[in-house]
Design a protein around this ligand. Structure first.
Ligand code: N01
Length: 536
């Protein structure tokens, strides 16, 4: 271990990689605490996922009054969300407002990708290389690179020959895409596809949806923000936040103490509860009973209810049948929609079963089972190399030149999802092994931001310059993440949680599924002088 007194100070205390909601909050917090901090962002503006995913219909499926920052009471009082589930333009406008209001732009360099980060053990710092070719030195490096930001375009033979235009939902052109009078194809029916399809269907001449796996979706029942409800929340916003912080998912959901298990009630009451939740929309249905995520039988009952609903909504029986999902509800991240299943009642929408694979793409369109579907525009709503993709695309090298990618060859290993052994002074926000995507992201991002900021203040006060997760803390943490996940049904099918959507990616469930115990554990670790970390 280095002796702190012999270590020279690099020009920067902290580099933050990424200027989505995590990077923005981290930069703001550290600047406020007097650290020299610089953010780098590959996009031309703040917003992260909400900067890139401008596809038609993009909308958050956490309620706006909760999916927002809480670090400033003035900010949360001043900002008015127009809708219960905000659309992408409103969320991006909010991110820009925060950047301007808190002077963040002067601390962030845009249009700049961090390509490499190498730990310099002698000087206890990171040398960070940028796409501009410049190399900077910083004591700490914080990865705020996002869980869903490394987009996947599947390798399908013939794409280069396609004579029309093609787009990925996660790299949508700023100027938008005009679908009027066009024959459009959408590959993918996850959250992005399910949100985009009804909006494209309303404009396009013809829409062909290429579905490999049918997906569960629940009506969001989005509406304008109710002023009475907003006033009620704003009358005690900190109290609302505090209560939500202690709830599963860090969100105000329907799950109340005393919510029964599925088969503790009569069939009639079960049906009535499902119906009520379906009418309410959003996440009411999955939380209408407390065992839908843990009991296969309970899950099957709710899944059948959704399949029945699809059968009632979609008029053509063959299309309805094809749209009925077969997997365990929740093991593929369920979607919230606005008019998704209804889209298939339109004359201009056709569902194409590509469960046997897409043969190829020709100059004319997409070929499935020997038939070519002619297209002018093809949309890939095909998802992401989730959780680790955005970290692994940077050449990160820790002690003795160990590459992060190599260390994680069999799956990511972290302690608390905040650090990984062998990579001192490198932090991750919402890293693998933390609750991340299975929570209300902005509040849980802020929990990481505050934890890291407190940790850096602790090091500064104690004249320490180095912190590293101990391997003996990391091993049991990885095991805890695995065993907790085994109690749920979320790993029960091929999904991006386990990396099954990325060819060759090791299948490991990397999300800590219990937000409440996670938060308590983080607090306990900090209060015990950063137990499990080596400080020097
Ligand atoms: O991506 P996905 P997404 N041929 O991976 C299909 C968050 N999000 O961008 O299921 C044919 O879910 C693939 O089929 P299959 C949210 O956490 C949030 O939609 O693998 N099809 C699937 O249907 C979400 O879960 C919001 O068989 C191919 C689709 O593409 C996550 O982002 C909005 C294929 C990919 O679905 C990712 O969502 C949007 C191929 N070769 C996203 N390759 C909100 O907050 C892939 N597919 C509302």
């Amino acid at each position: 271990m280095s002796n702190a007194s012999t270590v020279s100070s690099p020009p920067l205390d902290v580099i933050v990689v990424g200027a989505g909601f995590a990077g923005m909050a981290m930069v703001r917090k550290l600047a406020e605490l007097g650290f020299t901090v610089r953010g780098f962002e590959r996009g031309s503006d703040v917003g992260g996922t909400w900067y890139w995913n401008r596809y038609p219909g993009a909308r958050c499926d956490a309620p706006s009054l909760q999916y927002s920052y809480q670090f400033s009471e003035d900010l949360q009082q001043d900002w008015h969300w127009q809708e219960n589930y905000a659309a992408q333009p409103e969320i991006l406008a909010y991110a820009r407002h925060v950047a301007d209001r808190f002077g963040l732009r002067q601390l962030i360099t845009f249009n700049t990708t961090v390509t490499q980060a190498v730990f310099d053990a002698a000087n206890v710092c990171w040398s960070v290389t940028l796409s501009s070719g410049e190399t900077l030195f910083t004591r700490y490096c914080i990865m705020a690179t996002g869980n869903l930001s490394d987009r996947l375009t599947p390798t399908i033979e013939g794409l280069a020959q396609f004579a029309g235009q093609w787009f990925h939902t996660a790299a949508w052109p700023v100027e938008g895409v005009d679908f009027a009078g066009k024959r459009v194809g959408v590959i993918g029916t996850g959250s992005s596809g399910i949100q985009a399809i009804p909006v494209i269907a309303a404009v396009a001449d013809q829409l062909s949806v290429f579905q490999r796996t049918a997906q569960y979706s629940i009506p969001a029942r989005n509406s304008r923000t109710d002023p009475t409800y907003e006033a009620q929340i704003k009358a005690d916003y900190p109290g609302f936040r505090r209560r939500n912080y202690g709830k599963p998912l860090a969100m105000d959901i329907n799950l109340k103490l005393g919510t029964p298990k599925t088969f503790e009630v009569s069939e009639d009451e079960r049906r009535e509860r499902y119906e009520r939740a379906w009418t309410e929309g959003g996440l009411a249905l999955p939380f209408s009973f407390r065992d839908a995520a843990t009991s296969l039988e309970a899950n099957a009952a709710m899944s059948q209810f959704i399949r029945d609903k699809i059968g009632q909504v979609v008029r053509d029986p063959a299309t309805a049948e094809l749209l009925k999902p077969k997997h365990v509800f929740g093991c593929k991240r369920p979607c919230l929609d606005t008019g998704y299943f209804e889209s298939y009642n339109r004359q201009n929408v056709a569902l194409v079963d590509c469960s046997g694979g897409i043969d190829c793409i020709t100059a004319e369109g997409v070929q499935v089972a020997g038939r070519v579907y002619p297209l002018d525009i093809l949309v890939f709503a095909t998802g992401f190399d989730a959780i680790t993709g955005s970290l692994n695309r940077i050449d990160i090298r820790g002690c003795d030149g160990l590459r992060l990618k190599d260390k994680w060859a069999d799956g990511p290993r972290t302690y608390l999802g905040l650090q990984t052994a062998g990579f001192p002074n490198l932090f991750m926000i919402s890293g693998p092994g933390s609750p991340s995507v299975l929570t209300n992201m902005i509040p849980t991002i802020e929990q990481h931001v505050n934890w890291i900021a407190d940790c850096l203040v602790h090091l500064r006060t104690a004249h320490l310059t180095r912190i590293e997760a101990r391997p003996e803390a990391e091993d049991p943490w990885v095991e805890t993440v695995r065993t907790l996940a085994e109690r749920t049904l979320w790993g029960a099918c091929d999904n991006w949680y386990v990396g099954a959507n990325v060819p060759g990616k090791p299948r490991v469930f990397t999300i800590y599924v219990d937000w409440v115990s996670y938060r308590e554990k983080c607090e306990a670790v900090a209060s015990r002088a950063y137990e499990g970390f080596a400080l020097a």
